[in-house]
Design a protein around this ligand. Structure first.
Ligand code: XUL
Ligand code: CO
Length: 437
């Protein structure tokens, strides 16, 4: 097969002074940060759906992307060729992972068994390409939102036959993820929500989602797939409200259905902001529950209220993300998956490289900056001191659960007025962060 990107060779690290746009200025894969290589810290993944299936269409216009390797069909032959193009791209970019939905990589057939056969054919190519290049699957997932059968949802559909169909599709998607040695498997809600409560039995739908995920866990155990399951929160789009709306809602749902031990979360920036949170808020909620598994790295646009899935190029964002990730001890099975698409106006094949290089360099800088802030220690020291009243005396007693309201009343009566609180120093701390950026 002729190269899809014949003029582009492997992207190399050339350092911050390089003027070569097809080089990394900051992402130096083998450089050690806190004793671990950048490559192992960041575990970058390319998303198949945006990078190889995105055409640059939006609600107002058709696709604009120039993709010379495409023949304009959604045939199985094209799917096999596209898989090879994807690996050429990822190899030249130097990313260790990719992620896909079943229907991104192989076309849906006329029947479920035809779809399964199509998937098997492409999975053979993916497997061979993984072996040839050493690039691995970060996670697989099933597309339960494009086909009209899923208009009312998949596991939360009002139609029990749709639940069954979705179960069969997910069963197959887990099997191929296992076959490809995927490091995880993602459940993103898609249409698992509602567009109007007038026609919705919410309690019943959420119970069905719980049943569905329980069956998925049982099946995973049955076939010996030991990689983690992740839930990816998102509050809306395409539905008005998704049941997995944010990290806190997901954790509560998992707890309610006894699934907390079987899932971690895959947190996405643009989903966090759609939910009215910052990315770091969502990461902290997940990490506090020991449930931060992986991230979908992208960003929204503050002036556009929807899921624009842009490549992350904001150093404050990546610094905050990496501060939380380093604090939790780094990724284990998870990684930094670019669930991001080039703008409709960035239609050249080379824009796919520019976009990923920008995202990777921005995360590399975020990682270095976060490590420098941690090495400096002033931020952590400040936070530690802010809570010092809990380290001894009554604070310590409260934390260890050895007191009660009666004793606290006695204590408070003796206190008189509480000594002035110490300052929160927000502006000082914001400026402190700026020292490192
Ligand atoms: C949609 C989204 C999905 C998931 C995987 O907003 O983020 O592509 O990442 O289904
Ligand atoms: Co995503």
């Amino acid at each position: 097969m002729a190269a899809a990107f014949p003029k582009i060779s492997k992207i190399a690290y050339e350092g911050p002074d390089s003027k070569n746009p097809l080089s990394f200025r900051h992402y130096n894969s083998e450089e050690l940060v806190e004793g671990k290589s950048m490559k192992d810290h960041l575990r970058f993944a390319v998303t198949y759906w945006h990078t190889f299936r995105g055409q640059g269409a939006d609600m107002f216009g058709v696709g604009t992307a120039i993709r010379p390797w495409e023949d304009g069909t959604n045939s199985l032959k094209m799917a096999q060729k596209r898989a090879r193009v994807a690996f050429e791209f990822m190899e030249k970019l130097g990313v260790p992972f990719y992620a896909f939905h079943d229907r991104d990589v192989a076309p849906e057939g006329k029947t479920l068994s035809e779809s399964n056969k199509n998937l098997d054919v492409v999975v053979k190519v993916l497997k061979a390409e993984q072996e040839r290049t050493g690039i691995q699957l970060l996670w697989g997932t099933a597309c339960l939102f494009v086909h009209p059968r899923y208009m009312h949802g998949a596991s939360t559909s009002c139609n029990a036959d749709v639940f069954a169909y979705a179960a069969a599709q997910v069963k197959k998607a887990i099997e191929v993820t296992h076959e490809l040695k995927g490091a995880g498997y993602v459940f993103w809600g898609g249409r698992e929500g509602y567009t109007t409560l007038l026609n919705t039995d919410m309690a019943r739908e959420v119970d069905h989602l719980g049943l569905f995920l329980r069956m998925a866990v049982d099946y995973k155990k049955k076939i010996g797939f030991s990689a983690p399951f992740y839930i990816e929160p998102k509050p809306k789009e395409p539905t008005k409200h998704q049941y997995d709306s944010d990290a806190a809602a997901c954790l509560n749902f998992l707890r309610q259905y006894g699934l907390l031990g079987d899932f971690k979360l895959n947190i996405e920036t643009n989903h966090a902001t759609l939910a009215g949170h910052s990315m770091q808020h969502e990461l902290e909620v997940a990490a506090s529950a020991n449930a931060l598994g992986s991230i979908d790295a992208n960003t929204g646009d503050t002036l556009l209220g929807w899921d624009t899935d842009q490549f992350p190029t904001d150093l404050y964002l990546t610094t905050q993300v990496m501060l939380t990730i380093l604090k939790m001890g780094g990724f284990t099975t998870g990684g930094t998956n670019f669930d991001a698409k080039v703008r409709r106006e960035s239609f050249d094949p080379v824009d796919l490289f520019y976009a990923h290089i920008a995202g990777m360099d921005t995360f590399a800088r975020g990682l270095r900056i976060a490590a420098a802030i941690r090495r400096d220690g002033r931020l952590a020291e400040f936070v530690k001191n802010r809570y010092s009243s809990w380290d001894s005396g009554m604070g310590k007693k409260i934390e260890s659960g050895k007191t009660d309201f009666a004793e606290l009343e006695k204590y408070a009566l003796k206190l008189g007025e509480i000594k002035t609180n110490t300052s929160g120093r927000q502006e000082f701390l914001e400026n402190l962060i700026n020292e490192f950026i």
